[in-house]
Design a protein. Structure first.
Length: 299
């Protein structure tokens, strides 16, 4: 089956750097193989690693520039065929740098991620955090498409500004969209859109003055409509994160079979460590596999 063509247009100026990475995974001979890749520009992927006995493919998404500036677009897509299992991660933080222009399309910095898991596939998307520099004009859009009894665990972590080095998010804008589709129907849609200085950044019903927010999703298509299973996942997460629950930095909810974990605080490493701990706790319940962290996390 052919992959979707990259949704990338011709750059309108030499200052734009457009990139695409499109992957297709197939289960074959006891392991998941990266059957096909298509690349445009400075996006690539290393060969698959197999640290797990069941043949789950671990892939590291590479973007050598390590950041997105005005006019840049990154398009990442992956398709998991039936029965395939893949874990996608990154070697380090993504960055939306300061925009060169204040307004207009030329100022925008854009990353679009579309991941698809077919029948009985297991998809995990566990990237490092995204740093949004002051005066960025950033858009991050992620879509997850799941079929039948496919399952998914993934997270997104956004850091607004770098206040620890006296570079707060004092200007600019950031949009983040996350959508989960199950059997071609939307199950979860989350959108954050803010400008620096908006009341939502300081409001108690918004970011409450914090600069790190994280959203983690846990979903198992096989049991998505069984409330007892979903509540069991929530309970596992609550037991694994009792300290974070008590401090108020973490919350767990269930919406239409989608377990949603939210972090709000000021420490991206704490957020990522907490999410990794949750992943380790729920993975056996979601995909009957013990958690094996990617080697890149320890380098």
């Amino acid at each position: 089956m052919a992959l979707c063509e990259p949704h990338i247009t011709t750059p309108s100026s030499h200052s734009q750097w457009l990139a695409g990475l499109h992957m297709q995974f197939t289960a074959r001979q006891g392991r998941t193989q990266l059957q096909r890749t298509e690349r445009v520009g400075p996006l690539s992927v290393q060969r698959a690693f197999y640290p797990e006995a069941n043949g789950t493919a671990h892939l590291y998404l590479l973007h050598p520039p390590a950041g997105i500036v005005s006019g840049d677009e990154l398009h990442i897509s992956a398709k998991l065929d039936d029965n395939s299992q893949a874990l996608l991660t990154t070697p380090g933080a993504n960055r939306f740098y300061r925009a060169r222009h204040a307004t207009g399309n030329a100022a925008r910095q854009y990353q679009y991620t579309r991941l698809t898991a077919s029948q009985n596939a297991s998809l995990e998307y566990l990237p490092h955090e995204t740093l949004v520099y002051a005066n960025a004009n950033a858009i991050s859009h992620t879509e997850i498409h799941l079929t039948d009894n496919a399952n998914y665990i993934g997270w997104e972590i956004a850091c607004l500004g770098l206040p620890h080095i006296q570079q707060p998010f004092s200007g600019g804008q950031f949009q983040q969209v996350l959508s989960i589709y199950f059997n071609h129907r939307i199950r979860f849609h989350d959108r954050l859109s803010l400008n620096a200085g908006d009341p939502v950044t300081t409001s108690r019903i918004g970011l409450a003055g914090h600069h790190v927010s994280g959203t983690m999703i846990v979903f198992n298509g096989k049991f998505a409509d069984e409330s007892s299973y979903v509540q069991q996942l929530c309970q596992i997460i609550r037991e694994a994160t009792s300290r974070e629950q008590q401090s108020g930095t973490l919350a767990v909810t269930a919406l239409q079979g989608v377990v949603v974990v939210r972090y709000l605080g000021d420490n991206s490493e704490q957020c990522r460590t907490c999410f990794a701990h949750i992943w380790s706790a729920v993975r056996p319940e979601v995909s009957q596999r013990t958690a094996v962290p990617p080697r890149i996390w320890f380098t």
